[in-house]
Write a protein that binds this ligand. Structure first.
Ligand code: HPA
Length: 274
């Protein structure tokens, strides 16, 4: 039995069978998106077999199903991070369950630090690619040849086009950038941020990348949007703190919710009502 089988059986019994236009993972302080989901049915992660217990303040640890822009969605409010237990596959069971229940794609959201002055706190940035600086992979130990996951166009070009169109329609500026994954949980040093910039990163953060790798492994197309909560360490005096990242994310969360709603409206309705 695969580790996700118990979760899938439990969620089916609780009425969580899809299909869903997409699944969404909300990052630090970004729970506002959940409020936009109508006809919501919710379950605490602690009730779902094999689900992680997210341990960061700012993360709710609840799974919701409901409708966003009239489309069925599955929302993971809160994620488990690799830095909590050293397990980069911490989100494998939830994402495998999303796939099995019929999610057509995955929208990942996160809070990040920016290396670009033009993408300051409160900015929304769509990920176009990533750099894995953690030395970790959620697929270490995976025995099958499926572990050799192609990561070209990891952030699905078709979904990126939809995100840009959604942002334009919603009147929200949306920049594009490359996200460097540091394991955390300490923030980066200014020297590490300078290094990431030389390597081509626009953003730094502690999540998302392992989920992108898992989703590609599972065959889920991925889009990702970052809410910039701070300038990265050493950028124009940037000196990030968790309290600041949570507060800024909470303020920008409303923009992210509007973007997500406009994005989901552009996805095919899996139940075929237009
Ligand atoms: N670094 C890493 N993760 C983050 C940051 C940062 O500056 N801001 C929000 N999450």
């Amino acid at each position: 039995m695969a580790p996700e089988d118990a979760a899938i059986a439990f969620l089916r019994a609780e009425g969580f069978e899809g299909p869903y236009a997409c699944a969404i993972v909300t990052g630090t302080g970004l729970g506002a998106l959940v409020e936009a989901v109508e006809d919501r049915v919710s379950l605490g992660y602690d009730r779902i077999p094999g689900f992680p217990a997210p341990g960061v303040s700012g993360h709710g640890g609840r799974l919701h199903r409901g409708r966003l822009s009239g489309r069925p969605v599955l929302v993971f409010e809160g994620r488990a991070h690799a830095y909590e237990r050293g397990d980069a596959a911490a989100m494998r069971v939830p994402l495998a369950a999303a796939r099995a229940l019929g999610a057509g794609g995955l929208l990942l959201t996160n809070a990040s630090g920016s290396l670009r002055l033009e993408a300051g706190p409160g900015s929304l940035v769509m990920l176009t690619d990533h750099i894995n600086l953690s030395g970790l992979s959620p697929l270490i130990g995976e025995p099958s040849d499926a572990r050799f996951v192609p990561m070209t166009d990891a952030y699905d070009p078709g979904l990126r086009t939809k995100l840009l169109a959604a942002a334009e329609e919603a009147g929200l500026p949306l920049q594009a950038g490359i996200y460097a994954w540091f394991s955390g949980p300490s923030f980066e040093t200014p020297a590490e941020v300078r290094m990431a910039g030389i390597l081509g990163a626009d953003l730094v953060g502690m999540s998302t990348v392992p989920e992108t790798i898992l989703a590609r492994f599972l065959g889920l197309p991925v889009a990702a949007v970052s809410v910039v909560t701070n300038l990265a360490a050493g950028i124009a005096g940037g000196a990030p703190h968790h309290a600041e990242t949570k507060a800024v994310a909470a303020r920008a969360g409303a923009d992210l919710a509007r973007l997500a709603a406009a994005f989901v409206a552009r996805l095919p309705d899996p139940q075929g009502h237009g």
